[in-house]
Design a binder for this molecule. Structure first.
Ligand SMILES: Nc1ncnc2c1ncn2[C@@H]1O[C@H](COP(=O)(O)OP(=O)(O)OP(=O)(O)O)[C@@H](O)[C@H]1O
Length: 317
């Protein structure tokens, strides 16, 4: 689908996407889309396929199944390369280069380079342009790597754990910088992270993966609003019948106390305490329960032969 000016509404569209490394299926049956302009958190346990997915979108890895489109063009089309910036987990930079050399390299390699943007990011961290990259702290190196990425003026910024090695203060600073630059440039950001607090504060979209498959995808608010956390005193063994008629993502019992994360299919009957769960409760529920059906909001879902099935939802407290 395209907008009035002909641009694709979707930054990423995966249809039946898969990546196999010999016997390992790192990504499989992956059908999802991320709208242009989203700041999307990519979350999941170690080995879930997050880096593989980012690597395919960044054109570093070639899909072995299905298709992947970036702003409507097949990922194999070299024309889209200039639109994408990728910040790998280890933020590769040349340690012998100064900050200034690094920005010069960015300028020489990228036809759309914006020196003012790159310098603003570096200067706002009070980094001397003459400092050698190898002498910088982890947080300062992250800032240089982000300057290099944003200097490209990308439409799509793919970040693999951008804040993993930062202290809380530096992480807060880098998060603010990232959101401000992304908003100013109108860029779409897909950012993998194990730091759920960062994802909750920064991201308006979520893509949760496990075992190379989509578990949750769509607008964060909508995903959370589709769930309820139900607690109360259990009177029978197993999941009480009035709860079992909803989609039960996860349930547990401690003594006589029963707790369940559900996707309500209508009003929840019975004497239960019912609240809307937080991001961490929802994510952990899905990651602990591989058999729970995935949930994709209408914006994230791709219908068709490779699209995921989704149940009808009716959310009521
Ligand atoms: N080059 C490779 N060769 C073989 N197997 C690979 C390769 N890259 C990734 N894998 C495998 O693919 C699966 C997904 O790995 P990936 O790095 O995408 O996970 P991840 O979600 O990014 O994990 P983490 O949170 O630990 O960074 C893992 O089982 C991993 O061992």
């Amino acid at each position: 689908m395209t907008t009035a000016d002909g641009a694709s509404r979707w930054a990423l569209e995966a249809r039946g996407l898969g990546k196999r490394f010999r016997r390992v299926r790192a990504v499989q049956d992956f059908s999802v889309r991320i709208p242009a302009g989203a700041v999307c958190g990519l979350v999941g346990p170690n080995g879930a396929g997050k880096s593989t997915l980012l690597g395919m979108a960044a054109r570093i890895l070639r899909p072995t199944e299905g298709s992947l489109r970036v702003f409507g063009s097949p990922v194999a089309d070299p024309a889209g390369l200039a639109d994408t910036a990728f910040l790998a987990q280890d933020k590769p930079l040349f340690p012998q280069f100064t900050v200034e050399d690094t920005l010069r390299m960015g300028r020489e390699l990228n036809p759309r380079w914006d020196q003012a943007v790159a310098e603003r990011i570096v200067r706002s961290g009070k980094l001397p342009l003459g400092a050698r990259v190898g002498s910088l702290s982890g947080g300062q190196r992250s800032r240089v790597a982000l300057a290099l990425a944003f200097g490209k003026r990308p439409r799509l910024l793919l970040l693999d754990e951008p804040m993993a090695d930062l202290d809380p203060l530096a992480a807060h600073e880098v998060a603010g910088l990232l959101l401000a630059e992304a908003a100013e440039q109108g860029a779409t950001v897909v950012m993998s992270s194990h730091r759920l607090a960062d994802v909750a504060t920064m991201c308006d979209h979520l893509l949760a993966v496990a075992g190379g498959r989509v578990r949750l995808a769509g607008e964060t608010d909508e995903l959370l609003a589709a769930h309820r956390l139900v607690t109360g005193v259990r009177l029978t063994d197993g999941v009480p019948a009035e709860i079992a008629r909803h989609t039960v993502v996860e349930s547990r019992t401690t003594g006589r106390q029963f707790t369940a994360l559900i996707r309500p299919r209508g009003p929840v009957e019975g004497d239960w305490k019912i609240v809307e769960p937080g991001l961490e409760e929802v994510l952990l529920g899905y990651l602990r329960s591989p058999a729970a059906p995935p949930l994709l909001t209408a914006a994230a879902r791709i219908d068709g032969p490779h699209g995921q099935e989704q149940e009808d939802q009716e959310v009521t407290a």
